[in-house]
Design a protein around this ligand. Structure first.
Ligand SMILES: Cc1cc2nc3c(=O)[nH]c(=O)nc-3n(C[C@H](O)[C@H](O)[C@H](O)COP(=O)(O)OP(=O)(O)OC[C@H]3O[C@@H](n4cnc5c(N)ncnc54)[C@H](O)[C@@H]3O)c2cc1C
Length: 459
């Protein structure tokens, strides 16, 4: 039986009263820094350990995607710590998808023509900076940059870190260790060794590489308020706007297609054939430089359960449920983990019960969004081009307009609501069944009417 923890809600600057728990958070990325804020607001003594140098002072920020689509779940989590407005002030709204066909012609599919909700393009670095600056305002958060977790004994709460420029590993301990250390989480590796921990991972055969459409004469080269997509069946390219009026372009293709592009000429021919309108915007020289500068990155989907070990350890965000990036939900889902965890911790259950409740309340939704992210890859690269996709979108929008409570389209429920992800799937399934039945019934009725008319004519 674990000791019961007295969590005291404090104001933002609050000096917490009552029992303080030492909480070690591994990873000061988007989820780790948000989790640190929430644990600190509950009066805990928080230590935030980050492998890299401080992103705010680093000259070169390595890592994944430069910008991200922020939607409802992430916004809600930021609002809970008073940061939503600050983040949205510099974010760029994206009202829909702008589709580019092979001839360079564009068409627009709005995300939400009814209630006009949109996604927001935010810079990863800027968002992380906002969160870390907010951490600095808490006297009960200590940030330790360039500290890489190497081993952890989760039963004892013991950890060892490799510190930059230091020979010796340093050892420390905590009452609760929270792994927010991303898709290749070191803490998860420790959990894998505990009995009853189930884990699966899947690499997809597609890799991605980031390119850039720079600003021209201080202006965007394409309309900024859209997520641009170049769907090309088995591969695609997308672009999100940045504050400096450039676009970050993500080229996603099977690794074998990347491997075929060995020379400058092959690359340019490929772009002339598939992305003719994007090529002059990126610029031939820049394309060659950026494309051959790095190798395509791998994409991974991780499902595991439980997310906790007794009252000692917990994993959140990508550490618990990495997903392919095609629903734009990885960060949003990770932030929603923090919202859910905070509300459970505020129930003041014994910690082991609270963490067990978190796992139980979360795993089905985490599995669901991993599956949806896989599905959306097919939708983005292939289905968006099809007439059937547009017809379905039109039908969904019409029904949503008529029955806004009953008929929430899948994309809206995932991106613009906090409906549990598994419920979003269940919702879509009954909508599909209903449409299927209605369509079958209409077809049958039309056949019967046509048959009756024909029979009368024969008489
Ligand atoms: C190309 C691409 C595009 C994406 N687009 C979107 C999008 O539009 N919207 C969206 O919601 N999501 C998107 N995502 C997903 C999103 O990036 C992740 O879900 C999100 O970054 C997860 O945050 P995290 O804090 O859990 O993990 P991470 O961001 O990976 O942060 C983990 C942190 O832990 C640190 N760390 C790792 N190991 C250790 C260690 N041993 N010791 C100490 N520190 C450690 C790392 O340095 C890092 O700072 C995208 C992902 C990719 C790859």
């Amino acid at each position: 039986m674990s000791r019961s923890i007295k969590y005291i809600q404090t104001d933002v600057n609050g000096a917490a009263e009552g029992q303080r728990r030492r909480v070690a958070i591994i990873g000061a990325g988007l989820v780790g820094s948000l989790a640190a804020l929430n644990f600190a607001r509950m009066g805990n003594d928080v230590h935030l350990y980050e492998y890299r140098e401080d992103i705010r002072t680093a000259e070169l920020v390595q890592g994944r995607s430069i910008n991200l689509a922020l939607s409802q779940r992430g916004r809600k989590a930021l609002a809970a710590v008073g940061l939503e407005e600050q983040v949205l002030a510099t974010a760029i709204p994206m009202r829909g998808r702008m589709l580019h066909n092979v001839r360079g012609r564009t068409s627009i599919v709005l995300y939400d023509p009814c209630t006009k909700q949109c996604l927001y393009s935010v810079g990863r670095k800027q968002l992380n900076e906002v969160l870390l600056n907010a951490c600095d305002a808490f006297p009960n958060i200590s940030c330790h940059f360039e500290h890489k977790l190497t081993t952890a004994n989760i039963r004892e709460g013991q950890m060892q870190f490799k510190v930059a420029h230091e020979e010796q590993l340093i050892s420390t301990s905590a009452d609760l260790v929270v792994g927010c250390d991303g898709a290749f989480s070191s803490l998860r590796q420790q959990l894998v060794r505990t009995p009853g921990f189930n884990y699966s991972q899947e690499y997809i055969a597609t890799g991605y590489l980031e390119l850039c459409i720079p600003a021209k004469n201080g202006e965007f080269q394409m309309p900024p308020n859209y997520l641009h997509i170049w769907p090309r069946d088995s591969f695609m390219m997308i672009a999100l706007p940045n504050q400096d009026k450039s676009f970050t372009v993500t080229l996603s293709m099977p690794f074998e297609v990347f491997a075929q592009l060995k020379t400058h000429q092959q690359l340019l021919d490929f772009f002339r054939q598939h992305y003719m309108d994007a090529l002059p915007l990126i610029g031939e020289e820049q394309l060659i430089k950026d494309f051959f500068k790095t190798r395509p990155q791998h994409l991974l989907s991780v499902k595991c359960k439980p997310y906790h070990f007794a009252d000692k350890a917990l994993i959140l965000g990508d550490a618990a449920h990495a997903m392919v990036p095609y629903y734009g939900q990885g960060m949003n889902a990770g932030m929603e983990d923090v919202t859910l965890l905070t509300s459970i911790l505020n129930e003041q259950l014994p910690l082991d019960e609270a963490l067990a409740k978190f796992t139980e309340s979360r795993w089905q939704d985490a599995f669901a969004i991993c599956d949806l992210a896989m599905y959306n890859y097919v939708e983005m690269r292939d289905l968006t081009k099809r007439l059937s996709f547009r017809c379905r979108k039109w039908l969904d929008t019409t029904l949503f307009r008529l029955f806004p409570r009953q008929w929430v389209p899948l994309y809206n429920s995932v991106s613009f609501s906090s409906m549990p992800y598994s419920q979003c799937i269940a919702n879509r399934q009954w909508q599909d069944r209903l449409l299927h039945k209605t369509l079958s019934f209409s077809l049958l009725a039309s056949c019967l009417v046509a048959g009756a008319i024909y029979a009368r004519r024969l008489r």
